[in-house]
Design a protein around this ligand. Structure first.
Ligand code: MRU
Length: 355
């Protein structure tokens, strides 16, 4: 079982179905889900079989193509609309899902091609865009980190899974770590395990191992402490939605790492494609945070770890205020929030200044 690559993509369209790596089974088992129906895709998104903001955007885009086959627009428009709505709202926090679904719908509307062909063309374009963005973010982010860290080598703390599994290939924050490793400037990656669903423990270690990078796993609560002990040079995270003022929603635990990083004077960097920026959402308080219910908290990988019937609160994401973020790195730019850059200034730092 190889890491996500062009031979083994996280998501692809194959003969009228969406083929996805089943991320709920890793690292123990490498299994594939073939979604021939919209409800299978929606279930895969809800259960996190496919997950990560850019990846669910791509899955949602192909989902619209699936809907055009299952519910032909010219036969029953309302069935099609309803199916698309179930995809669009399968998870609320990552802006990529609704944004990419809307993009495909607009392309269908504006195209003279049959709906399925127009949808597939749009979904392929979105996939290619995310792929290119991953490569560019990895490169730009790595050189930016080296610049901040006096040329390295670098010990990089991270959370959740932001690699090829969360995008299509390579990733966001993990793409930066991969690039640092390829450049010979990574001392070690320090992923936190990311309770309750353990994306850091199950998926990030799986990807780091496959890229041959050095790493040590930590429990979530060790992150801020190890930062205070000088054990990491940088914190790199992905994002599910970045509000217009720079506030960033990402996996629960990101905010604690940001507080720890500020206390320790360590740079805290968000790595995300432009598709994750939501200028229509003013601040982090306007971001809907998905609560996934008590079961994931009172069990660990299916084993009960609390008194039966225990109620729990389970926010899947938190919001890191812009003032705790050193910079946001996208495929096009580095936005130095710590130096007063803002997201509405498209050319905040020219690539040649940092590459
Ligand atoms: O609940 P998940 O696993 O979908 O959460 C994913 C994250 O929080 C990632 O950090 C984010 O989507 C960016 S991934 C490139």
């Amino acid at each position: 079982m190889a890491a996500p690559s062009s031979d083994n993509p996280t998501i692809e369209w194959v003969d009228g179905s969406i083929r996805m790596i089943d991320q709920t089974r890793l690292p123990g088992e490498f299994a594939i889900i073939n979604a021939h129906h919209v409800h299978t895709l929606v279930e895969a998104i809800k259960t996190l079989a496919v997950r990560g903001a850019p990846a669910i955007g791509v899955a949602g885009a192909y989902g619209v193509a699936l809907a055009t086959r299952e519910f032909p627009v010219d036969r029953d428009r309302s069935a099609f609309d309803e199916a698309v709505q179930t995809i669009r709202s399968a998870r609320p926090t990552a802006v990529n899902l609704a944004k990419r679904v809307d993009e495909v719908l607009a392309d269908i509307r504006d195209s003279s091609l049959p709906a399925e062909r127009a949808a597939l063309q749009a979904a392929d374009r979105i996939r290619d865009e995310e792929l290119e963005a991953s490569v560019a973010m990895g490169d730009r982010g790595a050189y930016f980190v080296l610049d901040l860290c006096d040329g390295g080598p670098v010990r990089a703390m991270t959370i959740c899974n932001t690699g090829g599994l969360a995008t299509v290939e390579r990733g966001t924050a993990l793409a930066v770590i991969q690039r640092l490793h390829e450049l010979g400037h990574l001392t070690e990656a320090l992923p936190v395990e990311t309770r309750p669903l353990l994306q850091g423990g199950r998926l990030t270690t799986w990807e780091l191992h496959r890229m041959g990078a050095p790493f040590r796993l930590m429990v979530d609560s060790a992150g801020p402490f190890l930062l205070s002990r000088g054990q990491a040079d940088v914190v790199l995270i992905g994002a599910d939605r970045i509000a217009a003022n720079g506030d960033t929603a990402n996996k629960i635990g990101s905010f604690s790492l940001a507080l720890g990083a500020r206390h320790a004077g360590v740079p805290f960097i968000v790595v995300a494609p432009e598709s994750t920026i939501d200028m229509a959402t003013e601040t982090g308080t306007d971001i809907e945070i998905e609560d996934r219910g008590p079961t994931e908290v009172i069990t660990a990988m299916g084993t009960p770890i609390a008194e039966a019937h225990t109620d729990a609160v389970n926010p899947a994401f938190d919001v890191t205020p812009a003032e705790l973020i050193t910079a946001i790195v996208t495929e096009r730019r580095v936005i130095r929030l710590d130096q007063g850059d803002t997201l509405d200034r498209i050319d905040s730092l020219a690539p040649e200044d940092i590459l």
